[in-house]
Design a protein around this ligand. Structure first.
Ligand code: ADP
Ligand code: MG
Length: 447
């Protein structure tokens, strides 16, 4: 049991540092099988997971393990020796805030029961999307098909999509329902192509009555997945099964999306979610505080709603900090205290990193020396990591182009712009690069 604890500790740390979807895909159904002096053996659900963990996460896992037990030098991953039933489940349930999803209906549908219409607040910013979603939940497959909801991050797309799913499940429990992030869809399709079970995968999905795919922009550039998804989509569509999609952009603005999919996506109802206005932000805060049975001072609501304007998730995060504070000290928070609390929230973990450390991490990842990356070398194996470092400085640390150019030996700032644009473009079609960047990012967070 000691071993189990060790692995749980490792997982907990890794979970903090990678995306929910990545964690669910690669780590969720792993178990520790044994631990000897220098070696631990981890069971993984399939060969695809094994490959990823070995190639992409091994170093990070070892690093975290070392903090627990410095003797461990080696990890073996073995496929299949586990009692968890992952192989039959084509989509892995994305982890939300629930510690462990019970083996209930929700683990089959992928839905989180927390997201409902009842606790979804409607304002002019999301009125259209809400109305369309509600209509779909009353008449799945018949009114708007597909329903395509788009909006920026943290504004309620996932909540709304899941609310439709939960509502339909409530009204028609017999309906076959599946919620999945596009990231999971991709990994489901990719791994079933590998295992030569893609026909089975498709057959399973063609039987679904309500298919909900979140963050469909993730399909950008993934041609094979798009092709397989196209077939699933068509079958469902022709059988009047409901398809619901979300994205951060409208279909026409999703890059590297096959034309035929784009036109399918545009064939139903497209509804956007904008930014909530001040009054709505206050209403959201008050409702959430009420749900948590805690009240905070009026001026604090105002302060939060005027400081955090474009992301409901952040608004909620700030509120939770305030509530936690009040619970801890068993009294109301003051405005000054809120201000200092918020300061911490707004500094992202990466801002605590220095550009120097970022460059070191990138260099290390590509087996180069820091001075190589900072040099003027035009060698391909150096130019690319250099561009990646520039990209990350801009993207993750919000460095200005002239600043980046200065760090890299006084290059012209257009060099930094060029690097940023080149890597951004490449990221849209190169999954491997995306994976690498995630790993680098994770290493930075890990310190
Ligand atoms: P997105 O998928 O667009 O990034 P989410 O659906 O994950 O955003 O929403 C982020 C958080 O904000 C969630 O906790 C969600 O419950 C909450 N939220 C978003 N919109 C609303 C809303 N209209 N009413 C209540 N809560 C909301
Ligand atoms: Mg979402």
């Amino acid at each position: 049991m000691f071993e189990e604890n060790l692995w749980q500790t490792v997982l907990a740390q890794i979970q903090l540092n990678i995306s929910e979807a990545n964690f669910a895909t690669w780590f969720k159904n792993t178990q520790i099988l044994s631990k000897e002096e220098e070696k631990i053996v981890i069971s993984v659900p399939n060969s695809f997971a094994k490959e990823w963990l070995e190639n992409k996460y091994q170093r990070t896992i070892l690093k975290v393990l070392h903090r627990q037990d410095s003797k461990i030098k080696k990890i073996d991953f073995i496929v299949g020796k586990t009692n968890l039933r992952t192989q039959e489940t084509p989509f892995i349930v994305p982890k939300t805030d629930q510690p462990e999803l019970k083996i209930s209906k929700s683990s089959k549908t992928g839905l989180n029961p927390r997201y409902t219409f009842e606790n979804f607040i409607v304002g002019s910013f999301n009125e259209l999307a809400h109305a369309a979603a509600w209509a779909v939940s009353e008449n799945p497959g018949l009114v708007y098909n597909p329903l395509f909801v788009y909006g920026k991050v943290g504004l309620g797309k996932t909540h709304l999509l899941q609310a439709v799913g939960n509502e339909i499940a409530k009204r028609s429990p017999e309906k076959e329902m599946r919620y999945s992030s596009a990231e999971m869809l991709v990994s489901g399709i990719v791994s079933s192509i590998r295992d030569q079970t893609i026909e089975k995968f498709k057959a399973l999905h063609k039987k679904i009555d309500v298919l909900i795919i979140d963050d469909i922009q993730f399909l950008a550039g993934k041609e094979k997945t798009q092709e397989e998804f196209f077939h699933i989509f068509n079958t469902l569509y022709h059988n009047q099964k409901q398809i619901i999609l979300s994205s951060d952009h409208p279909p026409k603005a999703i890059p590297a999306l096959a034309e035929r999919l784009r036109s399918r996506f545009e064939g139903g109802m497209i509804a956007d979610i904008g930014y909530p206005d001040f009054e709505t932000r206050i209403a959201i805060l008050k409702t959430k505080a009420q749900e948590k049975k805690d009240l905070i001072p009026e001026n604090v609501y105002n302060f939060l709603a005027s400081t955090i304007q474009t992301n409901i998730r952040e608004l909620e995060g700030a509120l939770n900090r305030v509530i936690l504070f009040q619970k801890t000290y068993n009294r109301k928070i003051t405005l000054d205290e809120v201000k200092s609390l918020l300061k911490e929230i707004t500094v992202s973990p990466l801002q605590k990193n220095t550009p120097k450390r970022l460059i070191q991490t990138v260099a290390e990842f590509y087996d180069l020396k820091e001075k190589d990356i900072l040099s003027n070398s035009r060698k391909k194996e150096i130019v690319r990591p250099r561009q990646i470092a520039m990209y990350l400085l801009r993207k993750k640390m919000q460095s200005s182009y002239p600043f980046i150019a200065r760090i890299f030996g006084g290059k012209d700032h257009t060099t930094a712009i060029y690097a940023f644009e080149k890597i951004s473009k490449e990221l849209q079609k190169n999954e491997g690069l995306e994976r690498d960047l995630n790993l680098i990012y994770m290493q930075l967070l890990n310190g």
